[in-house]
Design a binder for this molecule. Structure first.
Ligand code: PMP
Length: 367
């Protein structure tokens, strides 16, 4: 493993080196079995053990109550934009849902849901996604089947550090980019889902945690592979699941457990993000993070270099200098530009210190 490269990518993202090493060691022969996980039947006792272990570890790490099902599905997190609407929109007779739109990903989810029912965006569209509108201004509909939000907007770096109050309406959360980065009280949610390729593994599998009573309400047009009742009853094995991605997730979950669990991840992630925000905040406006301080993400830190709207030449130079130091994938999302540092669980304190050090040096050179 190349220790000289630090991957600050937004996803797929850095994996813990011990996970990659174990996967390498076991690639040709899983656990002395003589074949690879890549070649194994998804109904073999060996794979059954892997998928059961992944579920067990998730239940343990997040304290998932018994009345919740855990599913490992395909179609990415985007597949759940449709899956959620198709399964949950019909929970109540009005066939409608509330969406809190605070960035690209919740906007996409809302747009997809419009195909399957009525969508109420609970606040006026924002010019830029840099804050969470004051909850008292949300126009929540008590007849909604569910309230949907994205807990961490990966592109814009906007993260909720509170749980939306829905007055009893089922709460649904996209936690793709902050899943297992801190403890969460699952019992307060109807459904939580996350693509694996940021905090808990590689692309190919999406975790869906859903309360039992929300299962079995799918619209009749719902594709069978997205139908929670079918997938829950068949332990995610209606069809061939993404076996290798589930195996990698299992290794990452073991690594998180060994590292101290969700609470340890939270403490580490706070230290890491503080390091970068401190450099930004003490740069006298040389680095600018556009996000409201109250909802700055610990996972994805977007910032501009040189001035508020970014200085293209300086930002290019910043990225070039970073890549010379082995720091890669720091370019901001194409829709917002600038720089974005993603500090998921596998990014270490040392990795982040290297970035903060470089930012300070670059500032000194250009001030
Ligand atoms: N939600 C969030 C918060 C994301 O960051 C992403 C991917 N970056 C998605 C959904 C979509 O994920 P996928 O590419 O797995 O469909």
């Amino acid at each position: 493993i190349n220790q000289n490269i630090i991957n600050f990518g937004a996803g797929p993202a850095k994996l813990p080196p011990p996970v990659l090493l174990q996967a390498q060691q076991e690639l040709l022969s899983y656990s002395g079995f003589g074949i690879s996980v890549l070649e194994m039947s998804h109904r073999s006792p060996e794979f059954t053990q892997i998928i059961n272990k992944a579920e067990h570890l998730l239940r343990e790490l997040l304290n998932i109550p018994d009345n919740y099902k855990v599913m490992f599905l395909q179609g990415g997190a985007s597949g759940q934009f449709s899956g959620i609407a198709l399964n949950l929109m019909g929970l109540k007779e009005d066939n409608c849902a509330d969406y809190i739109v605070t960035g690209t990903w919740s906007a996409k989810a809302a747009k997809e849901a419009e195909k399957y029912g009525k969508v109420n965006i609970v606040h006026p569209k924002m010019d830029s996604y840099t804050k969470i509108p004051e909850p008292s201004s949300w126009n929540l509909n008590p007849a909604a089947s569910y309230v949907y939000y994205c807990c961490n907007e990966t592109v814009h770096g906007v993260e909720y550090n509170f749980m939306p109050e829905t007055n009893g309406v089922t709460l649904v959360s996209d936690m793709s980019s902050n899943f297992l980065s801190r403890p969460v009280d699952v019992s307060k949610f109807g459904l939580i889902y996350a693509g694996a390729q940021k905090n808990v593994g590689c692309a190919g599998v999406t975790v869906v945690i859903v309360r039992d009573d929300l299962i079995g309400h799918a619209q009749k047009e719902c594709p069978i592979i997205l139908d929670y009742k079918v997938q829950a009853e068949m332990n995610s094995l209606y069809n061939t699941p993404p076996c290798f991605s589930i195996y990698i997730m299992c290794l990452v979950l073991e690594w998180i457990k060994k590292s101290g669990g969700a609470a340890a991840m939270e403490a580490l992630n706070k230290r890491k993000s503080d390091l970068v925000y401190d450099v930004i905040d003490s740069s006298n406006g040389f680095y600018v993070c556009p996000v409201d301080e109250a909802c700055r993400s610990r996972m994805n830190i977007p910032f501009r270099v040189g001035k508020k709207e970014g200085d293209d030449a300086l930002e290019k130079e910043f990225l070039n200098g970073a890549s010379k130091r082995g720091m890669i994938s720091l370019k901001g999302h194409r829709s917002v530009g600038g720089i974005r540092a993603s500090l998921y669980n596998a990014v270490t304190l040392q990795d982040t210190e290297a970035l903060a050090k470089y930012m300070k040096e670059f500032l000194k050179e250009h001030q």
